[in-house]
Design a protein around this ligand. Structure first.
Ligand code: ANZ
Ligand code: ZN
Length: 810
């Protein structure tokens, strides 16, 4: 009987239903089993639905989670929705429906799309940050922070987006512009709530070393935190009691400070303004600077600008104390390369040893005085450490030692500065968690009592932003007016809402215990499941989400809610899937491909296998609908293979099977899906020619099942099994069968043996060439074997199968 064609529409559906009915994806607590918690960064459900790029990471985690289940682990693999925030609100505004209606619609659509791919999520654990039962605990955690003194109210100028009409955190900006709408950001003083994340800066930095994350992400976090050790030193102002406090990482260069710079926003500038000889020039400069973004101002390549504050001078304390009072006067400038919100907002400028100061001094004709020996090139600053010169009694001292000694000499103090800013945690918008605080005339700010949580978002008629710095909630009197929980007097609710990053800072904990109404998470369950063993998501979250979540987690650790002080042990970022034209997939370019269409035509298994086969997981690759045919053909071959199975596999096939089991197991653990699939392809091509036994074929089905769960299950069932493959045990490979599989070959350069290499017996010439060329020991021979030593180029590569490789160099 000939096997019918694989009818993916019917068969995919059939198994999806069967799995669902049997509840195969339900996660249960099973303390006897080793746990494995694998997590996707949960999506924000946009109106556009998923395109084929979105599920790449989800398919990958799905494969790992199936693999781990078959390996006997108790696996937690949940999914939910990050559904608060500006985009949801803007979309709702545009479409004139309440954000919650729209959000629920989008969630339903996303879920339907995800289910078609058969991702094995336990939907009983689904969460949404917008669900009051969820955000109750976001509010609860915030209140705990408030009680610990980590939250404060501020009226400082903050980033304000005039178009989104809300304050934003530094993390919400991209190149100094609003990340959402690309508007120029203004600095506007509005009342807001701020979380002192900087209290955690040192721990956030130190604990990066514990994490099994990509180095690039770890480095981004270090830079974002930006810890600098240095000193604060006061400079007197001539003929005045004012002092200019500077932050410097190089107090050892103090004798070389030849001018000072204040940020244009510095308070002293306003104080002095009326007495300046060039007041109007200074005012104009301040105004121009306020229009520039942070990024523009920090750009090293831009020509430096500035204006001297004419009529006042500072005193270099080191020269003054060394008795060089004649030379100790320094001109004071304002320049936009000095930022108001870093260090003290003022610097001592040392042109000989700082690049920016050097450029500035050249332009303005300011003295450049060497105080560290070693500057050879007079056209640039010497920024290294070294021995001091021109520094009075400190001459000859090493920089490191001099930093302390000079700071002490002038009465300064060693300090640490951070780039990390406190977290502006209030938004003047509707669609977010209400901040659970009450303002009472008598008692001040009082948190909402635990038993009154959640503070639910009230229904409003108009949820458009007011633009006045107040949230639309401020207009709902019967919601705003409450009794003070402490004194019972008339009081008002806080009307700001939380930023989008709030719920995502701890959502992964709620999956562990999603229906608990007594606690954020049950302690015992948390101890079992935490931390997340493997976290997969977009690299764009390297600093924002991953900083906030680490902070929030550490706070929960401090108050005893969680048992470990880091949330995500291992992290892997997903390379984007670009459109066929090489651009980002976007409605704007009209190049979006919907996974539903692909699945309709090719089936979920081909779609899944193709996405994993496209290239290395962490790299960007372009979509190619044509490319689907490769994986499709591969799966078709396996489909046909269920007929005519042998009693025993030929030796070669057996060896390849075991090699494949080993490779696929290792590759899944290391997220090298593309090479896992290639190896299975090699096996299938061989088995197609030589035949394969029933039991070996069954093992192939098992290792393929995480990639192509539907088809493998159908064949499994055709073969008479009534179990689910997901509940089967992952096959072990037989080491002894692997052994005969490789051979040692000689590696020659121009006919002389220069090394040995172990290669697979069946390795192709191309594979061997690749291996040989990456041998560092062969490298130098290649370079020097040609006519001109050091310049050898490879002319030819010869491979005598299983014996020798020869590189011909000219
Ligand atoms: C004098 C000096 C001499 C400096 C020298 C450097 C080299 P990081 O490493 O980023 O912390 N600085 C301090 N506050 C600043 C601000 N608000 N805006 C712009 N620049 C500021 O950099 C610290 C150094 O950057 C400080 O050390 C200061 O310049 C400058 F040979 O002080 B230094
Ligand atoms: Zn009160």
């Amino acid at each position: 009987m000939a096997i019918a064609k694989y009818d993916h529409k019917e068969i995919d559906q059939k198994w999806r239903k069967a799995w669902d009915e049997a509840g195969v994806y339900k996660t249960t607590e099973d303390a006897d089993k080793e746990k494995f918690y694998i997590l996707d960064m949960f999506p924000y459900p946009s109106g556009a639905g998923l395109h084929v790029g979105h599920p790449k990471g989800y398919i990958a985690t799905d494969i790992i989670s199936r693999y781990k289940k078959m390996k006997g682990f108790n696996v937690l693999h949940p999914m939910g929705w990050d559904a608060f925030g500006l985009p949801a609100e803007q979309h709702a505004l545009k479409n004139k429906v309440h954000p919650s209606i729209n959000t629920n619609k989008n969630i339903a659509r996303y879920k339907e799309q995800l289910e078609k791919i058969s991702l094995n999520y336990d939907w009983d654990r689904e969460i949404s940050t917008t669900d009051p039962e969820f955000y109750k605990w976001t509010q609860w955690a915030f209140i705990q922070m408030f009680k610990k003194g980590l939250v404060f109210e501020s009226n400082e100028p903050i980033n304000w987006c005039p178009s989104c009409k809300t304050g934003l955190a530094n993390e919400d900006l991209e190149d100094g512009k609003c990340e959402r709408c690309d508007s120029e950001i203004e600095q506007k003083p509005i009342r807001q709530w701020v979380i002192k994340i900087t209290d955690y800066a040192d721990r956030l930095l130190a604990d990066i070393d514990k994490l099994d994350w990509q180095d690039s992400i770890k480095e981004s976090q270090r830079n974002w935190i930006g810890r600098s050790e240095g000193a604060e030193i006061d400079f007197a102002v001539k003929g005045s009691d004012d002092k200019i406090k500077v932050f410097t990482t190089r107090p050892d260069t103090l004798f070389g400070a030849t001018y000072m710079v204040l940020a244009p926003e510095h308070k002293l500038v306003q104080k002095w303004l009326d007495g300046l000889e060039n007041k109007s020039e200074v005012e104009k400069y301040i105004k121009d600077a306020s229009k520039k973004s942070h990024i523009e101002r920090g750009d090293m390549t831009k020509e430096k600008t500035g204006v001297e504050l004419k009529g006042i001078k500072a005193i270099n304390p080191a020269l003054n104390k060394s008795g060089e009072a004649n030379d100790d006067e320094l001109p004071i400038y304002i320049a936009d390369y000095v930022m108001a919100d870093y260090g003290t907002g003022a610097i001592m400028a040392v042109p000989a040893h700082d690049e920016r100061d050097f450029e500035f001094a050249k332009k303005f004709g300011i003295e450049i005085k060497d105080v560290i020996s070693g500057r050879k090139n007079k056209d640039e600053a010497f920024i290294g450490l070294g021995k001091l010169i021109n520094s009075g009694k400190f001459d000859g001292m090493d920089s490191e030692e001099a930093k302390r000694a000079i700071t002490e000499f002038v009465g300064g103090k060693m300090t640490t500065s951070y780039k990390l800013r406190d977290w502006v945690f209030a938004r003047q918008r509707y669609w977010g968690e209400p901040i659970p605080l009450i303002h009472c005339g008598k008692c001040g700010v009082v948190p909402v009592p635990d038993d009154e949580l959640p503070v639910k978002l009230p229904e409003v008629e108009s949820y458009e932003p007011t633009g006045t710095g107040e949230s639309p909630l401020a207009g709902i009197d019967d919601w705003v007016n409450v009794k003070c929980p402490e004194c019972g007097g008339d009081a008002k609710r806080e009307t700001n809402t939380m930023p989008q990053w709030a719920g995502s800072s701890w959502y992964y904990l709620r999956y562990i215990d999603p229906h608990n109404n007594k606690a954020l998470v049950d302690k015992e369950k948390e101890a079992y499941w935490s931390p997340v063993d493997f976290y997969v998501g977009g690299a764009e979250h390297a600093t924002r989400h991953l900083i906030y979540a680490r902070f929030w987690h550490k706070f929960l650790y401090d108050i005893g809610v969680v048992k470990y002080d880091e949330p995500f042990t291992k992290l892997q970022t997903v390379g984007l899937i670009m459109a066929e034209d090489g651009r980002k997939m976007s409605k704007r370019w009209g190049n979006v491909i919907n996974p539903d269409d692909i699945i309709d035509e090719y089936g979920a298994d081909t779609f899944r296998t193709y996405e994993m086969f496209m290239g290395p997981f962490d790299q960007a690759v372009s979509w190619s609908t044509k490319g689907l045919t490769g994986p499709k053909r591969f799966l078709d071959k396996i489909w046909k293979m269920q007929e005519g199975l042998l009693d025993e596999s030929p030796k070669e096939v057996q060896a390849q099977l075991h090699k494949t089991i080993k490779k696929v197991s290792e590759d899944i653990e290391n997220m090298k899906y593309n090479t896992a699939i290639s190896e299975m392809m090699i096996l299938v091509n061989l088995a197609e020619k030589e035949g394969i036994s029933k039991s070996d074929f069954e093992n192939l089905l098992k290792i393929l099942s995480p990639f192509a769960p539907h088809m493998t299950q159908e064949i499994w069932s055709n073969m008479g099994h009534d179990s689910f493959l997901l509940n089967e045990t992952w096959p072990e490979y037989d080491e002894s069968l692997l052994k005969q599989d490789t051979v040692t070959i000689a590696v020659q350069v121009n006919g002389k043996v220069r090394g040995e290499l172990e290669v697979a017996i069946d390795a192709t010439k191309e594979q061997v060439e690749e291996q040989v060329m990456s041998m560092s020991s062969v490298d130098k021979w290649v370079k020097n074997a040609g006519k001109t030593p050091g310049e050898g180029t490879v002319k030819q590569f010869i491979y005598v199968t299983g014996r020798v490789a020869n590189i011909v160099v000219q």
